[in-house]
Design a protein around this ligand. Structure first.
Ligand code: TXA
Ligand code: MG
Length: 352
């Protein structure tokens, strides 16, 4: 399997030279994993049905779960969506403000997009990633690129090329190694109409940022606040993002969270525990090893989002039985990571 190393992203000529081969593999119907600002994607030509089916096979992904289509520039938009001239004004605004970036728009699909990209729907999710490697690769391939996260279905998303290899070695044509992903959780998936917008999956762009930029009401898919409702993004119904270890999350008042951690550590003394805590909190998880504490210089919610998937994979390799995590309030920057933790913990998420 190919690993294409990318060095010196700023030099566009060098970048094009390094990406020529994986781009050719993509345009010939192959499967290539590549970095984005959120997580690594597993790409295929979005107009090539048999290539797209290869993604589902490689991931063991349920066939009813649609894929996000990635574009290099707005010039590619007309081959992904139907009627680009009739875009709702707030959708156009969202593209101007948040692209390139971690925002996926659900829009009416162009017929050229392979049926397996959009099972059971005439819409398509489209986004322009904020990553020079991703956009140059797509531009050289010359086609829109369908790409879910490059993990086996149900496992934490990959944020390094090594994570991709762990799941996909020998199953895909190759991976472009562009280092680790900056955001660490996936894009926000949103449907935007003239008068309102609905978030299907919280992600790297917050509800508050959308409300401010679009000046229309932005609501959450009812599934996100009441899990008995069917989600509008089919992917949200699956047990997701889960490591082998049991994940336990506490958030709320500092003293109460610390007491809960101490009680858990006491009750599980001698078992293999791992932990993710804010800067300076390592003493509150006695016996946890490895215990990762966030760096002090960035907000804890940002550090937690960036490192969560990488740490969950690392703790699995270390054989952890329980992973203890200090959570954050579930709004603003915290909404996406707490949504992923809700799933990873299978409900063992406590507000104290
Ligand atoms: O940040 C990201 O979005 C990453 C990187 C690689 O771009 N991709 C990603 O893809 O997270 P994936 O397949 O793991 O998640 C796509 C989500 C799923 O929940 C899927 O159901 C939803 O988006 N989705 C895609 N197209 C849709 C559509 N037409 N209607 C409703 N939901 C859609
Ligand atoms: Mg995924």
């Amino acid at each position: 399997m190919n690993v294409w190393n990318v060095e010196n992203e700023e030099d566009i000529t060098a970048l094009e030279r390094q990406l020529r081969e994986p781009a050719a593999v993509l345009s010939q119907g192959g499967l290539v994993a590549f970095p984005t600002e959120t997580v690594y994607g597993l790409g295929a030509d979005a107009t090539n049905e048999s290539a797209v089916r290869g993604i589902f096979a490689a991931k063991s992904r349920p066939a009813d779960n649609p894929l996000i289509v990635h574009i290099a520039d707005v010039e590619m938009l007309p081959c992904v969506i139907a009627n680009p001239a009739q875009l709702p004004a707030p959708a156009r605004k969202a593209m101007n403000v948040f692209w390139p970036g971690p925002l996926t728009l659900i829009l009416p699909a162009n017929e050229q997009i392979a049926p397996s990209v959009r099972p059971g729907t005439d819409t398509v999710g489209v986004r322009m990633p904020d990553h020079a490697v991703a956009r140059t690769l797509i531009r050289l391939a010359g086609c829109p690129v369908a790409a879910p996260s490059a993990n086996k279905s149900g496992k934490p998303s990959p944020t390094t090329a090594g994570d991709v290899l762990e799941d996909m070695e020998g199953v895909i044509d190759g991976v472009v190694d562009g280092g680790s992903c900056d955001v660490g959780v996936e894009s926000t998936v949103v449907a935007i109409e003239e008068e309102y917008a609905v978030i299907y999956r919280p992600g790297g762009v917050t509800k508050e940022q959308l409300e401010e930029a679009l000046a229309i009401p932005v609501s959450l898919d009812p599934h996100l606040t009441s899990p008995t409702q069917a989600p509008k993004a089919p992917g949200m119904k699956y047990r997701h993002y889960a490591p082998n270890a049991s994940v336990h999350v506490w958030w709320g008042e500092d003293g109460a969270v610390r007491r809960a951690l101490a009680t858990f550590c006491d009750a599980h003394n001698g078992e293999s525990l791992a932990a993710i805590v804010p800067s300076g909190w390592a003493d509150f998880v006695p016996g946890a090893d490895p215990a990762w504490s966030a760096p002090p210089e960035i907000p804890y919610a940002v550090a937690l989002s960036r490192e969560l998937y990488r740490l969950l994979r690392h703790f699995d390799r270390a054989g952890a039985r329980h992973v203890l995590i200090v959570g954050v309030p579930p709004h603003g920057m915290g909404a996406a990571v707490m949504n992923r933790l809700q799933k990873a913990s299978e409900g063992r998420l406590y507000h104290v």
